[in-house]
Design a binder for this molecule. Sequence first.
Ligand code: HEC
Ligand code: HEC
Length: 304
Amino acid sequence: MYIQTLTVAAAIGLSGLAWIAHDPLSAHDPILNASSIMVADRSATGNGSSYTDPGAKIIAPEQPASREILARGRKMFLVSCAPCHGADGSGSGPIAVNLLSKPRDLTRGIYMNRSTASGQLPTDYDLYRTITTGLHNTAMPAFRQMAPGDRWAVVQYIKTFSARFNDTTEYPLDVLNVGTEVLPSPQSLATGRNLYLQSQCATCHGLRGQGDGPAAGTLTDDFGNRIWPTDLTNASAFKFGRSNLDIFRIFSTGLNGTPMPSFEQTLSETDRWHLANYVWSLQNTDQYVDGVAADSLAESGDHR
Ligand code: HEC
Ligand code: HEC
């Protein structure tokens, strides 16, 4: 994995400059296209106690789009992103053929890592977070070394690839409410386990969360690629879920473009916290079985 990442990074380093030279000023050029400069003026409006996350504290303020910002974003994109996502954002950059997980076609405006309702566009911050953390376990790198201002500029630039971001009917975005966090406890985990079974998570993720449910071998994403339910017991299998808050967000909003549905309408906020606590505990699967600490099950002679 480490070697693979290094190889990819080296390939980008080498191909980056050459790639700029080959980039024709295509029909898609927001610098020349005045209408897309308005993109940032319609970023998300939340509704009350909406989603924030711990990473939000350490980031630079959002950059509004302007000709300068878009030019800066385009420059960064051509060097750092186009080798995979293509200069036109279609996901067919020169490195793409060699990748098992295909770079996203950014022209569709379909993003899975969001804080917004099912089917909606991501907020600017959602895109910023993806660029900052990358998608673990895929070729999509984390761009923590890129200056925050450059990352915000890239956010504005990639929005120009999809007309959806300029469509007023897409707004305002409905940002997730997280309610009041329920702290993990044996009771919360037991409730969460029941909700996991009732909500059919196991159909895809399996009874033990190992990604081996009956539907697991049958799934494709909206881009026509095979896709597998995450092994929820393996922390490093997660693409971006890093906390129980992330997990709450992931199954609340669903992952657009994948078969992973949204459960915002079907489960109350409190129930979603129980479920998030349970799913989070699966990463320590030896500790909790069916919501009960494995140790106490072992003592009662009932251990798996
Ligand atoms: C080495 C190849 C590679 C590079 C370089 C790369 N990406 Fe990606 N990117 C991917 C792959 C692969 C995926 C899809 C991962 C998956 O879900 O399987 C992806 C997915 C994404 C997504 C979709 C996330 C979502 O919520 O659905 C965004 C946004 C994105 N990349 C932006 C960027 C930006 C911006 C850059 C440059 C700063 C960049 N990428 C550089 C490979 C790359
Ligand atoms: C129809 C199948 C399906 C159902 C039902 C389903 N999921 Fe998923 N889920 C998926 C797929 C497929 C992925 C992988 C997406 C990817 O790799 O891009 C996923 C990914 C995830 C992730 C990991 C996101 C990350 O960081 O990589 C979590 C957490 C998750 N699901 C939780 C749940 C929970 C909790 C439920 C039930 C409330 C549930 N899922 C129901 C298919 C499903």
